[in-house]
Ligand binder design. Structure first.
Ligand SMILES: [Fe+2]
Ligand SMILES: [Fe+2]
Length: 220
């Protein structure tokens, strides 16, 4: 009897050991994921640490930031070239005037960006922005696909211009936050001043869109 009990307990131990091994194996399998998670955690911890200790993010981060500045500088310059075409294509006087004032505003934004480059100790170089290129080519299609003097063309131009504004709002919003993280308050302040411009332009375009729809409805 005693021997059987011993045997039973031994076999129970065996099966417990086997279960434990299976469990270890199960846990061990997604090792790669666990390690990636650990690495992500470390990067997060480092950023957090840098913030707490007042350290600035590294050189690579700074290079990335400057690269994104070059991207948006290209975008603003491309828009500067596109705006006169948009102004010419617009029928509504207010819409045409808004493109004209946007041109002056964009010139100001370009010089603000140049100040940002100076603060970062970098030359204001440009890097092609695929997104803005796409948005501008969409504007060109709207112009070629719609009739001159039509309300639809104006509506299309407003739509295209608002897409541009939203792209700019997203870009400047994130860049300003990154400048905060890099402890570059002057850079962040300049970027936020552009961000405010972009938000105002967006609001103006929304009211123009509403007006043009209302005018079109009252003409019918
Ligand atoms: Fe802009
Ligand atoms: Fe803008």
């Amino acid at each position: 009897m005693e021997t059987k009990a011993k045997k039973d307990s031994a076999s129970q131990k065996e099966s417990a050991k086997a279960k434990a091994e299976t469990k270890t194996k199960d846990v061990a399998e997604p090792k790669a994921d666990t390690e990636t998670a650990k690495e992500t955690k470390n990067v997060k911890a480092e950023t957090q640490d840098a913030k707490v200790k007042g350290k600035k993010p590294g050189k690579e981060f700074r290079e990335f930031f400057v690269d994104e500045l070059k991207d948006i500088l290209w975008a603003e310059k491309a828009l500067l070239k596109a705006l006169p075409k948009m102004q010419k294509a617009a029928t509504g006087k207010e819409l045409a005037a808004s493109f004209e004032s946007h041109l002056t505003e964009t010139e100001g934004q370009i010089s603000t960006l140049e100040q940002v480059f100076e603060l970062m100790d970098e030359k204001p170089k440009t890097k092609k922005c695929d997104a803005m290129e796409g948005l501008i080519s969409e504007t060109e299609s709207i112009i070629s696909d719609t009739e001159k003097g039509s309300a639809i063309r104006d509506a299309g131009l407003i739509l295209a211009a608002q897409k541009v504004e939203h792209y700019e709002i997203a870009t400047y919003g994130t860049l300003a936050a990154l400048a905060d993280a890099m402890q570059e308050p002057k850079v962040a302040k300049l970027l936020r001043s552009i961000l405010r411009d972009e938000k105002n332009s967006d609001k103006k375009l929304t009211s123009l869109a509403l007006e043009s729809v209302n005018e079109d409805a009252s003409e019918e």
